[in-house]
Design a protein around this ligand. Structure first.
Ligand code: GTP
Ligand code: SPV
Ligand code: MN
Length: 599
């Protein structure tokens, strides 16, 4: 099939990759309905995709991946910069030539007997000054159909690139044999290139997402003066009609999609408050002409965690999955071909197919404590399906950001919410994010680990330089810089129960944050930052005592002494000791924090 572009840089690279991988057939993805429908039919005929109930879930498909291929693989993910020190201590590194010498034979002939799909796509609205183009080569129809939902895919992306530009990200993906021992997710930041092999799962293979929009883009952003962050973007419309935009960085499976789509409690909706979703996972941010920081969501859909999603916890996400969505590794109710997962409702289907494909009695199966859906099972849903999608979703200029929030899963130590003293202190707080691990990546779950800015697996260069870039952005933004906050929805009481109701009630915390940005509410100054005065946290209608509010807002001196000690160890040993170029200003913030506690 003939190329869809005259761009010689694209064509030369695609020809080279065809010669290497030797597909039987090459299909350029124009993005037309006819072409995509043909691919859906083909995937249904081979069993790669399964059709869901056409009346209840029109246009929805199901896919299951190999049981060893269900999450990102951080230990097999590499940043292959020319110099090792440029990858820094948070990344696996290999010399780019050595890496390619290993990968090239693996790709040699890997697409024999298969079709190569050439996917042009734009990250960001077509025509946006912040958007960037990628081309992904893949032998997976699942990838094509997901990229259709997650990006602006097809000929229009080439129109954005133009006939001569070389500014596009090259992505080469092959499922190969889905061999976990030969699975590699490799970024070459200086070459704008991504190689992914032996996986067919989400973040490993939808190369526009974590590989491009975070790992490669964070490096581009440092060089070009903008930011690529693991952040949701939401707008809160106040009763007076004014909308404040907020971004929030939480580690994987720590609540971004949920916060992005929250439905405020009645005490707020009654007054006229409304929340709009701009993005649920990634933000690209750049200073606008008026000096403020503007954010776009480079994605066009949601690749969301299924378990726990229900009409109460996240109505808008659930509604987004009702048409033209793809379900990966959830369970199927065989009686009516609808998806099911833990936390959807309390009625697991009797006649169920669990995520690995076995037919089981779902009621008996779950009663034994077995899971019907994989904990990292996901839905891929078009953003346009979301009932609260922002009218600004396609705005090429993005939306102006008033506040940036960091957060993570912390059983103790970190209070419900606090505000940094200034941008530099906020950058320190971002560098100090740690969180209990989740099923979004392979490895143990529930282990506390450092995850600076929720970007540990996604910073495409030296983490110290990344922190320095944050500081430089703050200097550039000056008094227009968004205010920086930290939240923790996951504090637990002595019985191990979450102390804060979370979900829609997180609006109460956003309310305080917005009032702080507007200078409309006072705060108590503590050694860690500004905390709400207990009476300023609106708990009207919640079954929560004054003691519980105090506990949620507590700053425990002993726990913070441990925290500070651990931060010093982390900076010294894990970062500086392993080649991380920590800015002096961040060490000073740590010293100042210790001093404020009297240390
Ligand atoms: P990625 O897509 O992996 O980046 O995840 P995410 O950050 O978008 O997380 P998501 O919103 O999908 O939430 C992950 C899990 O956290 C789900 O099981 C949610 O039910 C749970 N969760 C989200 N918000 C809250 C909250 O406010 N409180 C509690 N207790 N759990 C929450
Ligand atoms: C995450 O793990 O943060 C995700 C899912 O958003 S993935 O696309 O697999 O990275
Ligand atoms: Mn994510």
């Amino acid at each position: 099939m003939a190329s869809l572009t005259k761009n010689p840089n694209v064509n030369a690279w695609v020809d080279e990759m065809i010669a290497l991988t030797k597909p039987d057939k090459v299909v350029w993805i124009d993005g037309s309905d006819e072409q995509l429908e043909g691919l859906r039919q083909e995937a249904l005929s081979t069993g790669e995709m399964i059709k869901m109930n056409e009346e209840l879930y029109p246009g929805c498909l199901y896919h299951r991946t190999a049981p060893n291929d269900v999450a990102r693989v951080e230990d097999r993910t590499f940043i292959c910069s020319e110099k090792k020190e440029d990858a820094g201590p948070t990344n696996n590194w290999m010399d780019p030539n050595e890496m390619w010498a290993m990968l090239e034979p693996m790709y040699d002939g890997v697409m024999k007997g298969r079709t190569m799909y050439v996917i042009p796509y734009s990250m960001g609205p077509i025509g946006s000054p912040l958007a960037k183009v990628g081309v992904e080569l893949t032998d997976s129809i699942y990838v094509v159909l997901n990229m259709d939902i997650m990006t602006r895919m097809g000929t229009k992306a080439f129109e954005n690139l133009g006939d001569t530009s070389d500014d596009f990200v090259r992505g080469l993906h092959s499922k190969a044999d889905v061999d976990p021992e030969k699975r590699y997710i490799v970024q070459f930041p200086e070459k704008n290139t991504i190689c992914s092999i032996n996986s067919a799962y989400g973040g490993n293979v939808l190369l526009g997402k974590k590989c491009f929009a975070l790992r490669i883009a964070s490096f581009q952003g440092k060089n070009e003066g903008w930011m690529a962050e693991h952040m949701l973007i939401l707008g809160v419309q106040k009763p007076d009609g004014d909308i404040k935009y907020i971004t929030a960085a939480f580690p994987s499976a720590c609540g971004k999609t949920n916060l992005a789509m929250l439905i405020p409690p009645e005490i707020y909706t009654k007054q006229g408050y409304k929340v709009f979703t701009v993005g649920d996972d990634i933000a690209w941010m750049k200073q606008g002409e008026d000096g403020r920081l503007y954010a776009i969501n480079p994605e066009n859909g949601f690749f969301g965690v299924a378990p726990g999603t229900n009409a109460k916890s996240n109505y808008n996400a659930l509604a987004s999955t009702k048409k033209n969505a793809i379900f990966t590794n959830v369970a199927i109710n065989l009686d009516n071909m609808t998806p099911w997962w833990e936390g959807l409702d309390k009625n697991p289907p009797v006649n169920a197919q669990e995520w690995k494909g076995a037919n089981v009695n779902g009621v008996e199966y779950t009663a034994k404590g077995e899971k019907l859906a994989h904990p990292n099972s996901r839905f891929t849903a078009p953003a346009e399906n979301c009932p609260c999608i922002s009218p600004e979703f396609n705005n090429p200029q993005g939306v102006p950001i008033s506040a940036i929030i960091f957060g993570g899963r912390r059983e103790k130590t970190t209070p419900l919410v606090y505000q940094s003293f200034d941008w530099t202190h906020g950058t320190y707080i971002g560098s100090a994010v740690s969180s209990e691990t989740t099923a979004a990546a392979t490895g143990a779950v529930g282990v506390l680990r450092h995850d600076p800015m929720a970007m540990k697996p996604f910073i495409g260069y030296n983490v110290g330089d990344y922190w320095n870039h944050w500081l430089e952005m703050g200097e550039k933004l000056g008094e227009n810089a968004p205010k920086i906050f930290n939240v923790n929805w996951f504090k637990k009481d002595e019985n191990g129960n979450f102390m804060w109701p979370g979900f829609g009630d997180n609006m109460r915390v956003l309310d305080w944050i917005i009032k702080r940005c507007e200078g409309k509410v006072d705060a108590q100054e503590t050694p860690i930052g500004y905390l709400p005065k207990p009476e300023d946290l609106n708990v009207e209608g919640l079954d929560i005592s004054a003691e519980q509010v105090d506990a949620l807002l507590a700053v425990d001196k002993d726990l913070w002494a441990d925290e500070i000690k651990e931060m010093r160890r982390y900076y010294d040993e894990d970062i500086a000791g392993k080649g991380g170029r920590i800015p002096a200003a961040l060490y000073e913030e740590l010293d100042k924090l210790e001093k404020r506690f009297g240390g």
